[in-house]
Design a protein around this ligand. Structure first.
Ligand code: BES
Ligand code: MN
Ligand code: MN
Length: 465
C-alpha cells in the first residue's frame, strides 16, 4: 500500500479521535479581540504546539508578536519538517483565534461546549478556523504515520492568533523574518465551498479597512430635557455622517473611492454565471431578509466578491440598558468597515474615507477617524501546478470537478504571502454557506472535516510527485 492509501486509511480509522481532539481545542475560548481572553488565546496556541510536537514535527516554537510598540499581541505557532530532499516546501497556514460568541442566548448549545447534532459539530471556531486548521495537522499526522516518519514534501506550519483582529502580529513578523517561512506554495484552509458536495478553490479575497468614528459633542452627558434642542447629539451626528457614506443603491459616496476598482475578466464573470446559484433561495434561507440590497446591475457574486462595500458593526455609547434614560451622551462611536477589491489599497482608501468623513462633520461635533486594522485585497493565480494538484486531490475525494470562486471575506496574511513573499497560495476551504461563520450556531459539517483531511493528504502527496 502506498503512502496515500495508508494515510487515508489511517485518517479514516482515527476520524473519531480527530474529532474528539478538535472538541478539546474548541473548548478553549480563544477570542483574540477580548483582552480578558488573552490567556485562553495562549492556551490554544500551546495546545496546537503540543500536538505538532506529538505527531513528530520539528522545531516547534511559539513566536511572540508583542513588541515594545505593540502590546497584547498573540503568539504565532511554528513547526517544520524539512527532510524531503529535492521536494517542494509547502507552508500550511491556519488561525487558532476566534470571533466573540455573542449573542449567547441565540446559541442552541453553548459556543465553547462543542456539540454534535445531525452530522455537524457546533462551536465557535468549528469551521473558522480551528476545525480547518486541525485538518492540516491531522493530514500531517496521517502522512507521518503512513510514511514511517517521512513526509512526501517539506512542510512548514504557521498558525496565527490574531487573524480575526487584522493579523498585525504575523504581518510584522513577516516584514522582519519573511525568509523563515520560505516555501514554494502556501496552503490555506479558511474559506468555503460554494455549495455542499462541490469542491471549491477560492481565488480571491476582499481586503478591508476597519475603522472607528468617534463623535464628541458636549463636555459631559447632559439632561436631554434641559439641553435637548440646543446641544449637539453625537449619535445623530454619526447617523448623518453614515447616511452620506452610502446611497440607497449601495454605492459608496466617498470621492475617488472606485478609481482603482478592477473589473473581473470576462472569463471569470462568465464562470460565476455558471455556478449553481439561486438568488431567491440565498435571500430566503442564507440571508433571511425580506429583500437583498446592493448595487443594481451587479450579481450577488459580483457584489460580494468584486465590489467594495461599507458596513456598520456597532455604535457603542449612550444608554443601552433596559428601560429609559433621558440623556444626551457626550460622545458616541461607530465601528465602520470597508471591504476593498483589487487594485484598491488600504492606505489610499483610508485616506479618502477619512478626508470625506471629516469634510461632512456636523455642526457642533468633533470627529476622530481611527484605523483599527487593514488588509490588502488579493486575487491569486490559478495557472500553476499547485492549483492543478489541489484540483486533482479534490477530484479523487469528491468525484467532481472543482469550481473557482472568490470570497467576500478577508484573510490579511494571504496578501503578504502572495505579494511580498511571492508564494503562490492555494485557498482550499471546506466550510459550507450555512456554517454560520462569526454568527451564533457556527458549525462544521463533519463529513467535510474528514474529506478535507483526505484532500489535504492527497494534495501534499500530489505536490511531492
Ligand atoms: N475565514 C475568514 C475569511 C473568509 C470567510 C474568507 C469566508 C472567505 C470566505 C476569516 O477568518 C475572517 O473572518 N476574516 C476577517 C478578517 C478581518 C477581521 C481582518 C473578516 O473577513 O472579517
Ligand atoms: Mn478564518
Ligand atoms: Mn473569521
Amino acid at each position: 500500500m502506498g503512502q496515500v492509501e495508508a494515510a487515508v486509511e489511517f485518517a479514516h480509522a482515527q476520524g473519531p479521535r480527530f474529532v474528539e481532539e478538535l472538541k478539546a481545542l474548541l473548548r478553549i475560548p480563544s477570542v483574540s479581540t477580548l483582552p480578558e481572553h488573552a490567556g485562553d488565546v495562549r492556551k490554544a496556541a500551546e495546545f496546537c504546539a503540543e500536538e505538532l510536537k506529538r505527531i513528530g514535527m520539528d522545531n516547534i516554537r511559539l513566536i511572540e508578536t508583542a513588541t515594545a510598540e505593540r502590546t497584547g499581541g498573540h503568539p504565532l505557532v511554528y513547526a517544520d519538517h524539512l527532510h524531503a530532499e529535492g521536494k517542494p516546501t509547502v507552508l500550511c497556514y491556519g488561525h487558532y483565534d476566534v470571533q466573540p460568541a455573542e449573542p449567547l442566548d441565540e446559541w442552541k448549545s453553548p459556543p465553547f461546549e462543542p456539540t454534535e447534532r445531525d452530522g455537524n459539530l457546533y462551536a465557535r471556531g468549528a469551521v473558522d478556523d480551528k476545525g480547518q486548521m486541525w485538518m492540516h495537522i491531522k493530514a500531517l499526522e496521517s502522512l507521518l504515520v503512513a510514511g514511517g516518519g517521512k513526509l512526501p514534501v517539506n512542510v512548514r506550519v504557521i498558525l496565527e492568533g490574531e487573524e480575526e483582529v487584522g493579523g498585525e502580529g504575523i504581518a510584522s513578523y513577516l516584514r522582519d523574518h519573511g525568509e523563515a517561512l520560505k516555501a514554494d506554495v502556501a496552503l490555506v484552509s479558511d474559506t468555503e465551498m460554494f455549495a455542499p458536495e462541490l469542491p471549491t478553490l477560492c481565488v480571491g479575497l476582499r481586503g478591508m479597512i476597519y475603522t472607528e468614528i468617534e463623535a464628541r459633542g458636549a463636555r459631559t452627558d447632559l439632561h436631554s430635557g434641559m439641553y435637548g434642542g440646543a446641544a449637539p447629539n453625537p449619535f445623530i451626528a454619526l447617523a448623518q455622517v453614515i447616511a452620506k457614506l452610502k446611497d440607497e443603491d449601495g454605492k459608496i459616496l466617498i470621492p475617488g473611492f472606485y478609481d482603482t476598482v478592477q473589473v473581473p475578466t470576462a472569463d471569470e464573470l462568465k464562470a460565476w454565471t455558471q455556478l449553481p446559484f439561486d438568488e431567491e433561495h440565498y435571500r430566503a434561507t442564507e440571508v433571511g431578509s425580506v429583500a437583498l440590497t446592493g448595487e443594481p446591475g451587479y450579481s450577488v457574486m459580483e457584489r460580494t466578491w468584486a465590489r467594495p462595500t461599507l458596513d456598520v458593526h456597532g455604535m457603542p455609547g449612550g444608554f443601552i440598558g433596559t428601560g429609559a434614560k433621558t440623556v444626551i451622551p457626550a460622545k458616541a462611536t461607530a465601528k465602520v468597515s470597508l471591504r476593498l477589491v483589487p487594485d484598491m489599497t488600504p492606505a489610499e482608501s483610508f485616506g479618502q474615507y477619512k478626508a470625506f468623513v471629516e469634510s461632512i462633520t456636523p455642526k457642533g461635533i468633533e470627529l476622530e477617524v481611527r484605523l483599527i486594522h487593514s488588509g490588502d485585497p488579493i486575487v491569486v493565480s490559478t495557472d500553476n501546478a499547485y492549483v492543478r494538484a489541489a484540483v486533482a486531490a479534490m477530484r479523487e475525494v469528491f468525484g467532481k470537478e472543482t469550481v473557482f470562486v472568490r470570497g467576500g471575506g478577508s484573510i490579511p496574511v494571504v496578501g503578504d504571502f502572495v505579494r511580498n513573499l511571492k508564494i503562490p497560495t492555494v485557498l482550499m476551504g471546506f466550510g459550507l454557506p450555512d456554517d454560520n461563520l462569526h454568527a451564533p450556531n457556527e458549525k462544521f459539517h463533519l463529513a467535510n472535516f474528514h474529506r478535507g483531511i483526505e484532500s489535504i493528504v492527497r494534495f501534499l502527496v500530489g505536490v511531492g510527485v
